[in-house]
Ligand binder design. Structure first.
Ligand code: GLN
Length: 185
């Protein structure tokens, strides 16, 4: 199985490492042609404004939205969640795929970075994640299911074959969320 990682900015190498560990072949996606070869896609953490700018200039927005509408599984972590959201407070949405409203950097004011173990519905063990200037989900549409929460806030959400997480599982070598994604291919 070819597992794509959007490789424009951010921690795409860590996502690729997780896919490789799971036995999938990671493919760095920088062009629509790269995208056409993959069975699933991870959108990494990083800086959502930069990822958005680079994705627009690489002409990847339309092709990613099209693959998503055909049912390709996509996982977005942190900045990846932001670029997949339909509504972002104070920022033009990029892909507009997942029916949530997110607020950027909303965990950042109190604590810049922390780790937590998260219980995810459909995943056997707790998933370890790193929250770094993470987005908070403020509003969840009817077709979106929160499959994990932390302190009463949804932190992993699923809409069909699309998954978004506020945190980074990839930074601590956590593989279970990626495994769950590949299970949808
Ligand atoms: N704060 C970043 C943004 O708004 C996301 C941070 C992250 O991916 N760790 O894009």
């Amino acid at each position: 199985m070819k597992a794509g990682v959007l490789a424009l900015q951010g921690d795409f190498r860590e996502h690729a490492r997780v896919f490789a560990e799971l036995g999938a072949s990671p493919v760095e996606v920088r062009t629509p042609e790269d995208l056409s070869r993959v069975d699933a896609l991870a959108i990494p953490g990083g800086e959502s404004t930069t990822i958005s700018k680079l994705a627009r200039s690489a002409e990847l927005v339309g092709p990613i939205v099209e693959r998503a509408s055909e049912g390709m599984p996509i996982l977005g972590t942190c900045a990846g969640m932001i670029v997949m959201a339909k509504r972002v407070i104070g920022l033009e949405p990029l892909l507009g795929l997942v029916d949530v409203t997110v607020r950027r950097n909303a965990y950042g004011r109190q604590v810049d970075s922390f780790e937590a173990d998260v219980d995810i519905e459909g995943v056997d063990h707790q998933v370890r994640g790193v929250f770094i200037r993470a987005p908070v989900v403020e509003d969840v549409g009817a077709d979106v299911r929160a499959i994990a929460s932390l302190d009463g806030r949804p932190v992993v959400l699923e809409q069909g074959s699309l998954i978004v997480a506020s945190f980074h599982p990839e930074l601590v070598g956590e593989t279970r969320l990626h495994e769950y994604l590949l299970g949808k291919v």
